[in-house]
Design a protein around this ligand. Sequence first.
Ligand SMILES: [Zn+2]
Length: 93
Amino acid sequence: MDQPQAMSRSWAKGSTREWRRRRALVLARDRGVCQLRIPGVCTTVATHVHHTQGRATTGDDIRYLVAACPACNLKVGDPTKTADPKPQPRTRW
Ligand SMILES: [Zn+2]
């Protein structure tokens, strides 16, 4: 048989509908409360989802996603962009 496989969906991974669904799942699981809770930064109300490990490693597995408020997500989201010499709150992976 040379029936075409249902069009590969890998191209859509990590974007749009599927990502929004996962994000909603994570926010619901964490009850919309920020899990990062960075002192002096956190606004508590999570509207973002943070990758606790590199997205390249885990994809969008929700076990590695946590609810995060925009402030915390921004703060820890991309350490390479932070000029702050503060020590990172996590150890090397
Ligand atoms: Zn926060």
